[in-house]
Design a protein around this ligand. Structure first.
Ligand code: ZN
Length: 57
């Protein structure tokens, strides 16, 4: 079984609603929707299934 690195292309914060999209050339996230709270500890819902980090709480 081949494991491929999945790269999310969009993410939405479940807390404040900010939306960002992945800029492959810049290799960084770009804000797609300026809505949201700058003080928010963003909790990203990336395409519903992508988990960038394991939860170690
Ligand atoms: Zn947020």
């Amino acid at each position: 079984m081949t494991v491929q690195v999945r790269r999310p292309t969009a993410r939405t914060c479940e807390r404040c609603g900010r939306q960002e999209r992945w800029d492959a050339e810049g290799e960084t996230w770009r804000i797609a929707d300026t809505a949201g709270d700058v003080y928010c500890i963003h909790e990203w819902d990336i395409n519903g299934s992508f988990v960038p980090f394991e939860d170690k709480l």
